[in-house]
Design a protein around this ligand. Sequence first.
Ligand code: COA
Length: 456
Amino acid sequence: MAELEFLFRPRSVAVIGASHNPEKIGYKILNNILSGGYQGKVYPVNPKGGEILGLKVYRRITEVPGPVDLAVIAVPAQIVPDVLEECGQKGVKAVAIISSGFKEVGNILLEQRIVEIAQRYGMRVLGPNIFGIAYLPANLNATFGPSKVRRGNIALISQSGALGIALMGWTQTAGLGLSAVVSVGNKADISDEDLIRFFAEDPNTDVIVIYMEGVHNGRAFMDAVRSCPKPVVVIKAGRSKRGAMAASSHTGSLAGSDLVYDGVFKQIGVIRARNYRDAFVVARALADLPMPKGDRTVIITNGGGIGVLATDAAEAEGINLYSGEDLKDFKAVMPPFGSYKNPIDITGGATVEQYVQALRMAEDKDTVDSIALLYCETAVCDPEELAEAIKREYKGKKPLVVAMVGGEKSARAVELLNEAGIPAYDAPEDAMRALSALHLWQRYRKKRRQGGEELR
Ligand code: COA
């Protein structure tokens, strides 16, 4: 995977097609690289020369004085082969081709030509037809997406450009941290499986989320997922017949039979997300929580209704709600009219202290493997105080997910918890879904171990 090192951790980046016009894509990419705090050398390339954003502009890449690891190409498609030849002559290691106008619009020969040129010079190609690449640990944001991305341990790979850009912004407001964002576009060379292999080894990534419309090489994809010790969450679009047709005209992908994808995903241990929101609901838990030892789950709640909703969701998600005799111990942390039967209802009058006691008890019990803590906003239990107490008390030995339903204060409390690495949601169904994904990943791991595979 040495070539992909040059894509993610380049020592120098050239932007070919860096424009003098602040409205153009070539300018935006250069601006994002500079404002993202990238520490390597940056070379704008444009035949007009001059200066952009305070940097000297080179008329061609062959005139750049030092070595160039990564070239980001943002010139019209017809010029790309010539520019690529020059990149090869210069000894560039990897290129990210932003330009559209290749296979996705039927220009198959033009796409083949760029692959052939790149192969001749031993360069790896990301794209074409992409919005770029961002790798946060290297402060590299070579995209024309948002300039600010929250740093974390989730790598996002997107076959859709606009959706990928939108998700970069969305993760920022949802308080989700990313290690990388990679737009794969037409996947002329670098594929999902290449990237999975890179992230499998990447110490900065714990979960891989992929938006895909289709894979080119099913066998290679399966092998890459099987040998990846980290969870791979896939949003596979084109489920319906019409959706598959839309995917075909979007990225030229053959969406294939959805049943086949579903079966293969289960076989190789992919966690399939229902949509992008769902993908990040589960990714948040997979990224932050320890693995459960077993599947016995308890729900602690101050609201009967929210507890019932969570129970319905638990059943739908196949979560094992624990019902052992020792649940009676919870009587000690609730009023006489509470219910110790799972869901453990500490009632609407529950205080922060009672939540803390119930959490401690659930954490200390050997018979409990995972905890869902639910809260409806009340005047007797301030949500932000509760969030602070959970942050302070949670030992982090078994998975804990939180759902807080209420107004602005509850929304802030959810943020506080997420910032502290405790997955929190504004709906009980999300919390249960997150736990179920964690349990599913645990089952996949077990199956792989039984198959003799090494896992973290
Ligand atoms: N080397 C370097 N720069 C060159 C060049 C060359 N051989 N030939 C031209 N340029 C310069 C141009 O002079 C221009 O700079 P300027 O604005 O300072 O004059 C710059 O490169 C861009 O060229 P231009 O012809 O103005 O193209 P553009 O900016 O309008 O569009 C693309 C270029 C790549 C953005 C466009 O062709 C494209 O593909 N857009 C779609 C991108 C996309 O959506 N990707 C998928 C996302 S999901």
